[in-house]
Design a protein around this ligand. Structure first.
Ligand SMILES: *[C@@H]1O[C@H](CO)[C@@H](O)[C@H](O)[C@H]1NC(C)=O
Ligand SMILES: *[C@@H]1O[C@H](CO)[C@@H](O)[C@H](O)[C@H]1NC(C)=O
Length: 441
């Protein structure tokens, strides 16, 4: 089904454009071009609490402050892409996050000693297209409804932001305008970005949600997709997957589910209207459909219960009612082997010791997340358990309520080895089976 490995290699190492007369893309100076850019993507552990930050930023896009991310993970996997920013381009590593809005780049060299900088931080003085955003810009207002970044005017009349996270770390800097320079002919207009002058994290964030200031919206990306490589289970090179902006040549095999969309005026306190929300309909374990009402996976009148596809979350999270049904079934199958009184990161309590892993995988078998029209995410038995360190392996699902979130969240742990396409223009999310790391060989 997949094109030859050689073709993929070419796609990955050269920018690849498909031209079509029917669409126009704002990503380019050449009008009438439907763009297709591809980049290597890797799934890397972050030593910082960045997962918690992404949650905080995505959850704070709702009006309510009821939900704050409470826990932290020592070992969180984030999807990392390297993108060319500025003129001439400087390559910047960014965490791909479909759950948040504003993109950030690192504009300082103060990386904490222990974390070696993955790439040099962005140097504004070397870019001819960089400009700071003046305080008079409409975005530099502290309380515009869909954008809750706290801003102020600094002594140079520039728009300053500072962001403090639930875990006590922070980032601050200026809002700026800068272009993404993919090639000579494929250049975005100047986009509003955060340019961090102080921060505790070594990488930037590529905010890809539906908000008007996300990279997706500002660059008018009509679709994007990624393929998360399966995690390596033993030491070796980090496997590389792919990230596409625009058309994906593999998309013929994708199966789509409609996105549930919400108007900005429909303000429900616990709903994130900017997330990629899909209608999960059920969960199967070992082929057995769990008795979970479908309404648990959809927003209620207060907005709780939406199901979002979030590349910035490692684990999948289920609201209490669904989590308990999954746990009930896991306990029924392997209850006596479960680690007693053990809770990983305050959210996941279906855990096992290393020695039991193969047997537990065999007993639990595969898991399936079901959507409308027979679209499914198949989780094979060898990817039901996540290695959380210290010889402990847990079912890669956490309890949203313990997280302090009101949503069901499909995390990147359950997006391994498949294409996930966010077709913004057609308001749908596509899934396609793939061997993501083989794409690059
Ligand atoms: C992560 O968060 C926890 C608690 O919120 C904190 O104790 C820990 O120092 C943080 N780790 C890093 C690397 O920032
Ligand atoms: C399914 O769950 C509901 C409520 O949780 C319960 O009332 C019902 O009896 C269950 N059905 C089966 C077949 O277990």
């Amino acid at each position: 089904m997949n094109p030859s490995p050689l073709l993929h290699t070419m796609l990955l190492f050269f920018f690849f454009f498909l031209f079509s007369s029917t669409h126009s893309s704002h990503l380019t100076h050449n009008h009438k071009a439907t763009i297709s850019l591809s980049f290597p993507l890797s799934s890397l552990p972050l030593s910082t609490n960045i997962t918690s930050k992404i949650f905080t930023t995505s959850l704070s896009s709702t009006t309510s402050n009821n939900y704050n991310f409470k826990s932290s993970f020592k070992y969180s996997m984030a999807l990392i892409v390297s993108l060319p920013i500025g003129t001439p381009p400087q390559i910047q590593q960014m965490v791909l996050d479909t759950g948040s809005q504003l993109s950030w780049i690192q504009c300082h060299n103060k990386v904490p000693k222990k974390q070696h900088a993955p790439t040099p931080s962005f140097d504004p003085s070397l870019s001819s297209t960089f400009s700071p955003l003046p305080c008079t810009h409409p975005v530099c207002k502290p309380l515009i409804p869909d954008f809750t970044l706290p801003t102020s005017c600094d002594q140079n009349r520039l728009c300053h932001y500072s962001y403090f996270y639930a875990d006590g770390t922070y980032a601050e800097g200026n809002l700026v305008r800068e272009k993404f320079t993919f090639s000579r002919s494929v250049i975005t207009p100047p986009l509003i970005l955060g340019c961090a002058t102080e921060s505790t994290d070594p990488r930037g964030i590529l905010g890809m949600n539906l908000g008007r200031l996300s990279f997706t919206s500002q660059a008018k990306v009509n679709k994007f997709s990624y393929c998360v490589p399966a995690r390596r289970t033993r030491p070796g090179p980090v496997p590389t997957g792919s990230f596409y902006l625009g058309n994906n040549p593999n998309s013929l095999g994708f199966k789509y589910v409609q996105m549930l969309t919400f108007s900005q005026s429909q303000r429900m306190p616990n709903l994130d209207p900017l997330a990629y929300t899909v209608a999960l309909t059920g969960i199967r374990i070992q082929g057995k459909k769990l008795n979970i009402s479908q309404s648990v996976f959809r927003p209620d009148s207060g907005g709780s219960g939406q199901t979002m596809v979030d590349s910035g979350s490692e684990f999948t999270y289920l609201v209490d009612e669904a989590y308990n049904k999954v746990k009930e079934e896991v306990v029924r199958i392997v209850g006596p082997r479960m680690k007693r009184d053990y809770v990983y990161g305050n959210v996941a309590d279906m855990c096992f010791d290393r020695g039991d892993v193969i047997e537990i995988e065999r007993l639990i078998g595969g898991m399936v997340f079901e959507f409308e029209k027979g679209v499914e995410i198949l989780v094979p038995k060898e990817r039901v358990l996540a290695d959380v360190g210290g010889g402990v392996h847990c079912v890669g699902i956490g309890n949203s309520d313990k997280l302090g979130a009101a949503s069901n969240i499909i995390g990147n742990f359950h997006q391994q080895n498949m294409w996930v396409e966010f077709d913004v223009a057609n308001r749908r999310v596509g899934f396609g089976r793939a061997d993501c790391s083989r794409l690059t060989k």
